[in-house]
Design a protein around this ligand. Structure first.
Ligand code: ADP
Ligand code: MG
Length: 255
């Protein structure tokens, strides 16, 4: 049987002469949302950057059974793993209308296959609708959206290239709590619908409780527990997991 989705084994990363990740293992199957949790500084962002190919690593990173290795220059490999940033302001060009951003991106990747300008425009409209915005949003620039809408735009941009893996690094930490949940539900819903393997990085266990299928607990560059979300919240196996849960009184009380 072909191994589907993202599989990471023995991932080691050294930054500034210090080993940050000490052999990390986890997997994300297509259509699943896995929460990566751990205290600040435990190495969560470094995992995302290594999987996306932004920092060099040792160990194995496989996508649908294919070893990705260090060579991410190839467009199809780069395209298949998309990072949704914490603050979309850092990746969206403030001068460009969103419609132009999406159409250029689709053109670059020759999507939809065999389609021309009209097909790209139609795809851009469909993407807006998928993330709960309307076609008029394509005429706007990043600054003309609210924070929550900008995260929807960032999600549309990531999904535009039909990735196999979505890495969302604290995607809503800059938003109001009320908006956060809506955006996270959207991330999870669209990932499941599109069969995308999604790694949702957060230090917020209530986020994991709300939207994730599985939990990977990272402590100081090592995975201490991997569990289905329901088991993690009812019977966490590792003392560190129990400590993390105990710090969230509302969740500790839930069945
Ligand atoms: N470019 C870098 N050079 C040296 N150390 C780094 C670099 N980036 C991150 N680190 C260190 O790696 C550790 C993990 O950081 P990070 O992956 O950002 O953790 P998290 O996302 O869980 O907060 C921290 O101790 C951080 O200081
Ligand atoms: Mg981080």
């Amino acid at each position: 049987m072909t191994e589907a989705g993202l599989v990471v084994e023995g991932l080691r990363v050294t930054l500034g002469g210090r080993e940050i990740l000490h052999g990390v293992d986890f997997a994300v199957a297509p259509g699943r949302v896995v929460g990566l949790v751990g205290e600040s500084g435990s190495g969560k962002t470094t995992i995302a950057r290594a999987v996306a190919g932004f920092v060099s690593s040792r160990g194995s990173i496989r996508l649908d059974g294919t070893e990705l290795g260090g060579d991410r220059r190839h467009r199809t490999v780069r395209r298949s793993i998309q990072l949704v940033p914490q603050d979309p302001y850092t990746t969206l060009n403030p001068r460009l209308r969103i419609g132009r951003v999406l159409e250029e991106l689709l053109g670059l990747h020759r999507l939809p296959p065999g389609g021309g300008r009209t097909a790209r425009r139609a795809r851009a409209v469909a993407l807006m609708e998928q993330v709960g915005l309307d076609a008029a949003a394509l005429q706007r620039r990043p600054s003309q959206f609210s924070g929550g809408q900008r995260q929807r735009v960032a999600l549309a941009r990531a999904l535009a290239v039909e990735p196999r893996v979505l890495l969302a690094d604290e995607p809503t930490s800059s938003l109001d709590v009320s908006v956060q949940r809506t955006v996270l539900d959207l991330v999870a819903g669209l990932s499941r619908d599109a069969g995308v393997a999604t790694l949702l990085i957060t230090h917020d266990l209530s986020v994991v409780h709300a939207v994730c299928d599985e939990v990977v607990v990272l402590r100081a560059g090592e995975v201490v527990e991997t569990a289905p979300a329901d088991r993690f919240f009812t019977a966490p196996a590792h003392p560190y997991s129990r400590r993390l849960l105990a710090a969230v009184p509302r969740l500790e009380a839930s069945p």
